[in-house]
Design a protein around this ligand. Structure first.
Ligand code: FAS
Ligand code: PHB
Length: 388
């Protein structure tokens, strides 16, 4: 087989990239390890930055999100049990954000790929990347029991945090930046009406977050020890812990119910530099991971492939400058979101080894945020998404 761009991974990054390339008349083939249903069943992100909404709309992928997405002009922060602050995005940053789950984004991307004849090969194993420093790289993989070879001009590594494309870049030229956090997030979905707004809470018992997926589907998280398992958390224990960590006025408004999904995710910050090597270009979680506190992971995958698709289009039109600068361009926005996600994670969580001084200083951070329009503006413009 031959194509112009071979894409490894059909998560949000890989499947959106294939569609953006098609908008530029560039052929691609997407090679995905899992089945389509497996990818669609993963419960992950819930928030789109306005920049992401605009990229999806511009690519003709905004029809459903414009009907089912819930635009939010603010989020609430709570601390010291009853202190609360609402940050007004529209007034301070000039744009809102949208609650629209990654599951729906993925469904929309796969529906468009099918309708437009984009080639996605599911269930591919033994994927390997060859000759990325030549001008004729190629991919090998096994699909339906057959060994396959895909010749291409370029390779896009969109295979997430457990992918292989990162390993095709020699460690002699890469730098890894990493921070693991000493806690996880226990998340549940419940078929109950969510709060009217997102609420982040820093409580002495730990972080809590109230979010949504639709008017009858709530998404809640509580910080939990890394060595906890889902079996340690009955629904009753979860609801009791969540309501304890919220201000009473908010806790009284929560509608509890049976969980229909329950999982624990570890939190990590990770950046690989550079994000390109020869004719291999990384995008999304393949190159960087953020703790979900700032709701940036999915949004960075979208901005990476926005830059990458523009760079491929320029290259096929005779100008290779954007492609040569892709890693530098993407990393500028990646680091802005990585820093914000790290800062918000440290601000809102309880660290097992933290001192009373650190907690009191964090609370002062939140008091300052509550009293400073400048601080709230800085928070707002980073939360809704830095400009491309
Ligand atoms: P993905 O991991 O989504 O996709 C990579 C794809 O590559 C996968 O489908 C995988 O099967 C495939 N693949 C891997 N290795 C391969 C190989 N060798 N060959 C072929 N295919 C291969 N972000 C938020 O903003 N908010 C959240 O609340 C949030 N929660 C999360 C919870 C969990 C448990 C995880 C893991 C992530 C969460 N994220 C969250 C981040 C998440 O949304 C990612 O940022 C987003 O999925 C990134 O998209 P991709 O880069 O496409 O990577
Ligand atoms: C979610 O809805 O899953 C969500 C919302 C905000 C975050 C993280 C996750 O910061």
């Amino acid at each position: 087989m031959r194509t112009q761009v071979a894409i490894i991974g059909a998560g949000p990054a890989g499947s959106l990239l294939s569609l953006l390339l098609k908008r530029h008349g560039i052929d691609s083939v997407v090679i995905e390890r899992q089945t389509k249903d497996y990818v669609l069943e993963r419960i992950r992100a819930g928030i789109l930055e306005w920049t992401s909404v605009e990229i999806l709309r511009a690519a003709g992928l905004g029809q459903r999100l414009d009907v089912e997405g819930h635009v939010h002009n603010s989020v609430k922060l709570a601390w010291r049990a009853e202190e609360m602050l609402s940050v007004d995005f529209e007034r301070l940053a000039g744009k809102p954000m949208m609650a629209y789950g990654q599951t729906k984004v993925q469904q929309d991307l796969y529906a468009a790929a099918e309708a437009e004849g984009v080639s996605i090969i599911y269930g591919a194993t033994d994927v390997d990347i060859h000759d990325v420093t030549s001008d004729r790289p190629w991919i090998t993989f096994t699909a339906n029991g057959e060994s396959e070879r895909l010749d291409c001009d370029y390779v896009a590594g969109c295979d997430g945090q457990h992918g292989i494309s990162r390993t095709a870049i020699p460690t002699s030229i890469t730098t890894e930046y990493e921070r693991a956090y000493p806690f996880g997030w226990l998340g549940i979905l419940s078929e109950t009406p969510p709060l009217p707004h997102l609420l982040y809470a820093n409580h002495e018992r730990g972080f809590a977050l109230c979010s949504e997926r639709n008017p009858m589907l709530s998404r809640y998280y509580v910080q939990c020890p890394l060595d906890d398992s889902v079996e340690d958390w009955s629904d009753d224990r979860f609801w009791s812990e969540l309501l304890t960590r919220l201000p009473k006025s908010e806790a009284d408004a929560i509608v509890t119910g049976p969980s229909i999904e329950k999982s624990i995710a570890p939190l990590r910050s990770y950046v690989l530099e550079p994000m390109q090597y020869g004719r291999l270009f990384l995008a999304g979680d393949a190159a960087h991971i953020v703790p979900p506190t700032g709701a940036k992971g999915l949004n960075l995958a979208i901005s990476d492939v926005h830059y990458l698709s523009e760079a491929f289009a320029a290259a096929y039109n005779g100008s290779a400058n954007k492609l040569a600068a892709y890693s530098t361009t993407a990393l500028a926005r990646v680091w802005g979101s990585v820093r914000f996600s790290w800062w918000l994670t440290v601000l809102l969580h309880r660290f097992p080894d933290q001192s009373p001084f650190e907690q009191r200083a964090r609370e002062e951070d939140l008091n300052y945020l509550a009293g400073s329009e400048a601080a709230q503006t800085s928070f707002a413009e980073q939360y809704v998404g830095l400009n491309l």
